[in-house]
Design a protein around this ligand. Structure first.
Ligand code: NAP
Length: 512
C-alpha cells in the first residue's frame, strides 16, 4: 500500500500537533515532522510531539538540503537521535550525511532500533542528478537502509518516466518523485507503481516542495482511494496547464462510472521535440497505461504533425488535433473542438447536423476556435461569413473553406440566423467587452459565445435581453470533453455531472 504522507512545517509544537490531527482527518496515513521548521524544542516537548503525531517520520533538513535548520551538524544529529528515542515510525536522513560521516552512523545507528526504520534520501533541487541510477542503487545497497528516497526537480515531463522505472525496478521500498508542475504525474501515479509513499500538502499554499498537491485534491480530484496498479492514465498536454478545467471534468466522469482511471495535468514545454518525446515515451511504455490525451495550447499543431496520416480528415483540414487516442503503440488524432461546438448548436436548436445545411452563420473571429468551427459548419453545408478584426486572416480562412470574409466593424449589419463569437472579447477579466453592438441583435437570432469564463458574457446577456436564443461556451467545452471521454472509454459520458463540475470550478475561479 502506498502511504499518503503530509509534511508538517509549522514553527511550534502546538501547531504541529494540531496540523497532524487535521492531516489525519483529511486522510493522511502518516505525517512527516520537519523538525527544522520548529523555532525551538525542549526534550519534554519532543516526547509530546512524537506521542501526539504518531505514526510519523522525523527529519531535520539543513538549508543545503532545502530545509530550515541553520545550526551545527552535531546539534541536528543530536536532535534526530533524541527524537528517535520517542518512537517515530521512520527517520529520514540525507544519504550523503549517512555515507560520509561515521560519527553520524554511530550516533543515529545506535538510536535506530526496531521497529524504527531508516529512510535514506537524496534531493536535487536543480534538476536530475547526473548519477541518478547509481545513487539509487548505492542507497538501496547501504546497510541499514529500509526505504530509498530520491527526489529531483523535473527538467521536463519525461523525467517522470525515470521515476516510474525506478519504482518498477526497486528491490526495497522506494520513494521516487519529481518536483515542479511537470512532476505532478510522479506524485499521483506513485500509487500505480507501488511507491512506499507520496507527499501531499495539508492545504494549498502549505507545500514543502514545488509541485506538491494538497491532500484534499489528491483524494477528491485525483481519485487516490480508487486507483490502483491497473489504473488507466489520461491527461491534458499543455503549457501552462494549471488553469485547465479538463482534469475536473474527466476525473468526475471516471468517478461517476466507477472506472479505475485517472486524468492528470501534463505540462509539456512548447517545442515539437518536447511534445514528440513525451508522446513517444508514453507509447514506448505500454505498462504506463496512457490511453488518451487532450491536447491544447500550444500543442495542437504539434499533435497533428506527430500523428501524420493517422488523423480524422476534418482535423487534418482544420490543421489542429486536440485529442490523441493511444492504442497498440500508435497515436491517432482527432479534433473534438468543432464537434463540441456543433453538438452545442444542435442540442440548443434541437436539430441534427444535417439541418444546419444552408443556415446563415456569422462566425466572429478567425483564430484557432474560429477555424475549427468554420470547418465544422462548412462540413455541414452552412453558409458562413467570417468577421475578424484582422481582415486578412478572415480572408485567408474564407478562401480555404469557401465562405465570405468581412471586417469586424461590419458585424453590426450581419443578417445571419446564427452568430458565433470565437474571439476572446468578453472573456474574464475584460467582461465589459462584446464583439457585437446591441442593435445587431434580433429576436430570431441564435447567439453562441464560445467564451466560457464568465459563463454569461456581456454578449449573451444582451442577446438574451433582445429575445435571442443563447448558447454558452460551457456547452461547447463539455461537449468536446464528452466526445473525448466516449472515444477513449467506449462508454456513455455522464454529461450532466461533467457540466456541473465545470460550472463549480468556474464559479470557484470567479470567486478568487
Ligand atoms: P486565437 O487563435 O488567439 O484567436 C483569437 C481571435 O480573437 C482572433 O480572431 C483575434 O482577432 C480575436 N481577437 C482577440 N482580441 C481581440 C480584440 N481585442 N478585438 C477583436 N478581436 C480580437 O484564440 P482561440 O484559441 O481561437 O480562442 C478564442 C476564444 O475561443 C477564447 O476566448 C476561448 O475562450 C474560446 N474557446 C472556447 C472553447 C470552448 O470549448 N468553449 C474552445 C476553444 C476556444 P485577430 O485575428 O484580429 O487577432
Amino acid at each position: 500500500m502506498t502511504l499518503l504522507c503530509v509534511p508538517l512545517t509549522s514553527s511550534s509544537v502546538e501547531q504541529m500537533c494540531e496540523d497532524a490531527r487535521r492531516a489525519r482527518a483529511a486522510g493522511a496515513d502518516i505525517v512527516e515532522l520537519r523538525l527544522d521548521y520548529l523555532h525551538s524544542i525542549e526534550p519534554d516537548e519532543l516526547s509530546r510531539l512524537l506521542a501526539e503525531t504518531a505514526p510519523a517520520i522525523v527529519t531535520c533538513r539543513t538549508n543545503r538540503e532545502g530545509g530550515q535548520f541553520g545550526g551545527a551538524s552535531s546539534d541536528r544529529i543530536a536532535l534526530l537521535a533524541a527524537a528517535c528515542k520517542h518512537g517515530p515510525s521512520l527517520v529520514d536522513l540525507e544519504y550523503e550525511d549517512w555515507r560520509s560521516s561515521a560519527e553520524i552512523r554511530d550516533q543515529l545507528g545506535s538510536a535506530i532500533a526496531e521497529p524504527l526504520r531508516l529512510i535514506l534520501s537524496f534531493h536535487d533541487f536543480s534538476g536530475r542528478p547526473s548519477r541518478l541510477l547509481n545513487i539509487v542503487r548505492s542507497m538501496a545497497d547501504t546497510h541499514g537502509c529500509d526505504v530509498v528516497k530520491i527526489v529531483w526537480q523535473a527538467r521536463n515531463i519525461c523525467d517522470n518516466f525515470e521515476a516510474f522505472e525506478i519504482l518498477r525496478a526497486a528491490s526495497r521500498p522506494t520513494i521516487a518523485l519529481c518536483m515542479g508542475e511537470a512532476g505532478i504525474p510522479s506524485r499521483v501515479l506513485a500509487k500505480k507503481f507501488g511507491a512506499f509513499l507520496t507527499f501531499c500538502s495539508l492545504r494549498a499554499g502549505a507545500e514543502s516542495a514545488p509541485g506538491q498537491i494538497s491532500i484534499e485534491k489528491m483524494k477528491r480530484l485525483y481519485r487516490w482511494n480508487v486507483i490502483d496498479s491497473d489504473a488507466a492514465v489520461y491527461g491534458v498536454v499543455a503549457c501552462p496547464v494549471a488553469h485547465s478545467m479538463s482534469p475536473a471534468m474527466h476525473n468526475a466522469a471516471f468517478g461517476e462510472l466507477g472506472l479505475n482511471a485517472v486524468y492528470l495535468p501534463m505540462r509539456v514545454e512548447p517545442s515539437y521535440e518536447h511534445f514528440a518525446d513525451f508522446v513517444r515515451g508514453c507509447l514506448e511504455r505500454p505498462w504506463l497505461d496512457v490511453r488518451g490525451l487532450s491536447v491544447t495550447i500550444p500543442h495542437k499543431l504539434n499533435a497533428l504533425k506527430f500523428v501524420g496520416s493517422n488523423v480524422e480528415p476534418l482535423a487534418q483540414k482544420i490543421g489542429a488535433v486536440n485529442t490523441l487516442i493511444l492504442e497498440n503503440g500508435r497515436a491517432r488524432g482527432m479534433n473534438t473542438d468543432y464537434a463540441g461546438a456543433l453538438d452545442a448548436l444542435t442540442e440548443a436548436l434541437q436539430c441534427e447536423r444535417s439541418d444546419l445545411r444552408g443556415e446563415r452563420v456569422a462566425v466572429i473571429g478567425a483564430g484557432g476556435a474560429g477555424r475549427a468551427i468554420v470547418a465544422g459548419l462548412r462540413d455541414c453545408g452552412s453558409a458562413v461569413s467570417i468577421y475578424n478584426r484582422t481582415l486578412s486572416k478572415a480572408e485567408a480562412l474564407a478562401g480555404e473553406f469557401d465562405c465570405q470574409a468581412l471586417p469586424l466593424s461590419s458585424a453590426s449589419r450581419c443578417e445571419a440566423d446564427i452568430v458565433i463569437n470565437t474571439t476572446s472579447l468578453g472573456m474574464h477579466p475584460d467582461v465589459d467587452q462584446t464583439p457585437l453592438p446591441t442593435e445587431a441583435l434580433r429576436p430570431a437570432m441564435t447567439v453562441f459565445d464560445t467564451v466560457y469564463n464568465p459563463i454569461e458574457t456581456r454578449l449573451l446577456r444582451e442577446a438574451s435581453q433582445a429575445g435571442c436564443k443563447t448558447i454558452n461556451g460551457v456547452s461547447m467545452l463539455v461537449n468536446q470533453a464528452v466526445i473525448q471521454f466516449e472515444t477513449w472509454t467506449g462508454q456513455p459520458a455522464p454529461r450532466e455531472r461533467m457540466r456541473q463540475v465545470l460550472i463549480e470550478r468556474l464559479s470557484e475561479q470567479t470567486d478568487d
